[in-house]
Ligand binder design. Structure first.
Ligand code: F3S
Length: 424
């Protein structure tokens, strides 16, 4: 791999041991990918927390040791300096305010808080959400980033037109310290062109529809790049957030184009950029039904737990949930958790939405989600959610069964304790 003089100096330790270990990792990683060089990045979104029981022993050695081992893959413990790139924390395993609701022991919550203080003091912004683009980290078209988290990556590439591969804890840890990441994959313009045409034969309009479309396409297209055409209605941030998250969980979609809507596709021709169309996928009522049936693996209509906010809810989603709950009480047999970034939780508090949800018996949670934390209300067997991603992962990870539906169906399930949702 070719390094610039500055990169070589970092590699040689001129700028300290931490940057030298980071460069060693980036060079090994880049060479494994056949990347010829690194590219400068000033936007890193990674995972720098200490929220799992498995790192308890490591934490005893200090957070320099945690960063060295988990974020630099280094046996040598290096002193962690301030980050070189703008860096933010993605989702963690622990809600800093509601850890007891999650069933997390106090000592682990304390460990997480100490970790946040350390990483925050090194310049890592504690956004603690899988949707950094909802709370101020909005890279511009063409900006090279180093992001983890599949739902954030597909949003970054497709909706914002910024450029990132799906990075890991170690590569984001190294990128944050050096401001560099290997130049390959989605950093390169030619790799961002469409491969598959998708003909949509039915109206795709609400959040649930966009989730079902994403879930269906992910299974068919895997990690290629779909170009949507046909009868979709104008989407917004929320719909594209659900669409991308679903496509990235049933498959490995990291980028898509919607002509006239996403920034690298002013037309269908531009979306393909001269690429041959490898295949055309049709999406109609039968495909929508197939995606819905795949997601709804539950048979028991008694719902123990309703999870809303995967990816983390926007403030208008929190308002919708609050308004559906206004003046009502959720079932004694069901728990409701509404997840939103902490910065938006503050807005929800000030607007009175949190109070409305709590008066109904629900909780507004931040910093985490059940799929990442592996924590749900004790004894949960059946979950209802408006998220195709959460309905995909929770059964696989935790063994629960899931109902998937609209926000309204999920709120009604929380109220009655029964799933009565369905496909319209
Ligand atoms: Fe975010 Fe957790 Fe869903 S990380 S995208 S809320 S699985």
């Amino acid at each position: 791999m070719k390094l610039t003089d500055y990169e070589q100096a970092m590699y040689d330790g001129v700028h300290g041991r931490a940057k030298a270990r980071a460069m060693d990792l980036l060079v090994r990683y880049g060479e494994a990918l056949s990347a010829e060089r690194l590219v400068a990045t000033n936007n890193v979104a990674g995972a720098f927390n200490a929220s799992t029981p498995s790192v308890r022993e490591l934490v005893k050695k200090g957070f320099d040791a945690v960063y060295s081992e988990l974020n630099l893959d280094s046996k040598e413990v290096v002193e962690v300096p301030r980050m070189a790139a703008n860096t933010c924390q993605l989702i963690t395993g622990i809600d800093n305010a509601n850890w007891r609701v999650q069933g997390i022991p106090d000592d682990l919550a304390e460990q997480q808080k100490r970790g946040e203080e350390f990483f925050g003091s090194r310049g890592i912004n504690m956004f603690a959400t899988c949707t950094p683009y909802q709370v101020g980290n909005v890279p511009v078209k063409g900006e090279h980033c180093a992001w983890m988290e599949s739902s954030a990556v597909v949003y970054c590439n497709s909706v914002l037109g910024a450029r990132t591969n799906t990075e890991g804890k170690e590569s984001t840890g190294a990128a944050a310290l050096t401001g560099r990441i290997p130049y390959w994959g989605y950093h390169i313009a030619e790799n961002r062109r469409g491969t598959h045409r998708v003909e949509i034969d039915i109206d795709v309009d609400d959040i649930m529809d966009w989730g079902l479309l994403g879930y269906y396409l992910g299974e068919i297209i895997d990690d290629e790049i779909p170009v949507l055409t046909g009868r979709y209605r104008q989407p917004n941030l929320i719909k594209l957030k659900h669409f991308g998250a679903a496509a990235a969980s049933s498959g490995g979609v990291e980028m898509y184009h919607i002509p006239d809507i996403t920034p690298e596709a002013r037309s269908i021709e531009e979306a393909f950029g001269g690429n041959r169309v490898r295949d055309t996928v049709r999406y109609g009522e039968a495909e929508r039904r197939a995606a819905y049936d795949n997601l709804n693996c539950a048979t028991d209509r008694n719902v123990d737990f309703v999870m809303l906010g995967c990816p983390h809810n926007s403030i208008d989603q929190v308002w919708l949930i609050a308004s559906l709950l206004d003046g009502r009480k959720i079932s004694a047999n069901t728990q409701l958790w509404v997840h939103t970034p902490r910065a938006l939780r503050d807005v929800a508090d000030r607007n009175g939405y949190t109070r409305m949800i709590m008066d109904a018996g629900g909780f507004v949670m931040s910093d985490t989600c059940p799929a990442i934390s592996r924590h749900m209300p004790k004894g949960t067997r059946v979950v209802a959610t408006d998220s195709a991603k959460q309905a995909h992962y929770l059964p696989a990870i935790t063994g629960v069964s899931a109902w998937f539906g609209s926000v309204k169906d999920c709120v009604e399930a929380a109220i009655s304790g029964r799933w009565e949702g369905g496909l319209q």
